[in-house]
Design a protein. Structure first.
Length: 467
């Protein structure tokens, strides 16, 4: 699904020595300059705008075009941004993006989640999101033949789950398309003090139990766990997997669909597992799941241990598991998300994981001493480095590299607030393994927010020639 990207190119007739950058041996956060950033929705201190909340990014698997959904809280609209030829758009640097409204019917757009299906002849873009005014789950879809794409036209808006009196449907929405081009959505249903895990799948008309003309099947997967922070992914056979946070038990859980003899879901056709839990810590907030094609390590989950403030990474591993209730998982700490222990990790914050082959890449919010920064972590081995600056220890030292992509800044003088970066974040990988991140930057006095985008650049390592 993803191609492993080789960071160091060999040079004929040259001896290439790869030496880790000196800052990798330091505890000071690494600044990574190999990224290009763009402010898609620019605001000023005085206009009070609130743009860029709940961003989600998807990449067309064929054309590699970028699409971003987000919430404009000022106008209470669901928005879409797509990258276009510089000078032809209406937002971003050099007008290289086009930003427009997808749904403006009420208070719509929080918890947006976008995905793209492209089978080589037909394109489908879908967005799942919460209708905050009516407390329901909505879905927007645009379908087009290739060559006739108009991303801000031709959208069909559907109400998927109406909820009911006292029941809120559609928070923490997470959308994925299957190989069949049909959408699946994981989300929560909240009411009477509990939050249930729900799953909606797109079907033929009249064959489901929800959505317009019963074109969707909506089922409850986990009842009474007070669910939050839901993340859905599908394997190559379209089998769904959902990582989520159990607020009651304060633990990380994983639900797997299409399971005979299961313990949850309709007719026990799902199996729900506890992945990471202990008697004292609050574990599993901001859960983000990626499913790889590697049958040896299919599941990768990034999440927060709120008690210790550590970003954690769990991956399925048969040998020597260290966590997982019924499934063999290995769980490790990557880095403290709260560098300032007086400012614990709190909403809004974000964690997002993607997998390049079997190698994870994690974007996350880090609460510093005076600012909030956007960081990215990945194994040092994926960068062809022997040693990193974070993560578990190996033979030569730390085995992960954690670097700052966008640093916030402090208030310089009264009336001139500082900026927090990465309060919401979502990450995706291009076919060449390079990462793209969308995130929110907000003034420290919460007067206004902007939508940002950064993409990883191709780093160059010059060969060292010894004669």
């Amino acid at each position: 699904m993803f191609h492993r990207f080789l960071w160091v190119a060999s040079v004929a007739a040259c001896l290439l020595l790869v030496v880790p950058p000196p800052e990798l041996n330091s505890t000071v956060p690494v600044e990574d300059s190999r990224w290009h950033d763009d402010r898609l929705q620019e605001i000023s201190v005085s206009d009070g705008s609130d743009l860029g909340g709940y961003p989600s990014i998807a990449i067309d698997p064929v054309s590699q075009d970028l699409y971003i959904s987000y919430y404009n809280a000022q106008q209470q609209n669901l928005m879409l941004a797509n990258r276009t030829t510089p000078g032809t758009g209406n937002c971003g640097k050099s007008l290289g993006w086009y930003c427009g409204i997808i749904d403006s019917d009420g208070m719509v757009g929080p918890y947006s989640s976008i995905d793209v299906f492209n089978n080589g002849s037909n394109l489908r873009i879908g967005i799942a999101y919460h209708d905050m005014g009516n407390e329901r789950l909505k879905y927007a879809q645009m379908s087009a033949s290739l060559g006739l794409i108009q991303p801000l036209a031709g959208w069909a808006i559907q109400i998927i789950d109406l909820g009911s009196a006292g029941v809120v449907a559609g928070k923490y929405a997470s959308l994925k398309y299957g190989q069949d081009g049909r959408a699946r959505i994981a989300y929560t249903e909240e009411g009477s003090g509990n939050g249930n895990l729900r799953f909606a799948s797109q079907l033929n008309a009249g064959t489901g139990n929800c959505g317009p003309s019963n074109t969707w099947q909506c089922d409850t997967i986990d009842v009474g766990s007070n669910v939050a922070y839901v993340s859905l992914d599908l394997d190559s056979f379209d089998v769904p997997a959902i990582a989520y946070y159990d607020r009651t038990a304060q633990s990380l859980r994983l639900a797997l669909g299409n399971q005979s003899g299961g313990n949850c879901g309709p007719g026990n056709t799902w199996r729900c597992y506890v992945i990471d839990d202990n008697a004292t810590d609050d574990i599993g907030k901001y859960a983000s799941l990626a499913v790889s094609d590697d049958l040896n390590v299919p599941f990768h989950i990034a999440y927060l241990n709120a008690t210790t403030g550590q970003l954690r990474y769990a991956y399925s591993r048969i040998s020597s598991p260290t966590c997982g209730g019924g499934l063999p998982f290995h769980c490790v700490d990557i880095e403290a998300m709260d560098a300032n222990t007086f400012t614990p990790v709190q909403d809004p914050a974000g964690i997002s994981i993607a997998v390049d082959g079997t190698s994870p890449v994690i974007a996350y919010t880090r609460f510093g001493l005076t600012t909030i920064d956007l960081r990215v972590a990945r194994p040092a081995s994926s960068l062809k480095l022997l040693v990193g600056n974070c993560g578990p220890s190996g033979t030569f030292g730390h085995t992960w590299v954690c670097s700052t992509i966008e640093r916030g800044y402090e208030q310089i003088m009264p009336g001139s607030p500082g900026m927090n970066m990465g309060e919401y974040t979502d990450l995706a990988l291009m076919q060449n393994g390079l990462a793209a991140v969308v995130y929110t930057g907000c003034f420290t006095d919460d007067s206004a927010c902007s939508l940002y985008f950064s993409n990883q650049l191709l780093p160059l390592f010059l060969p060292l020639v010894r004669r």
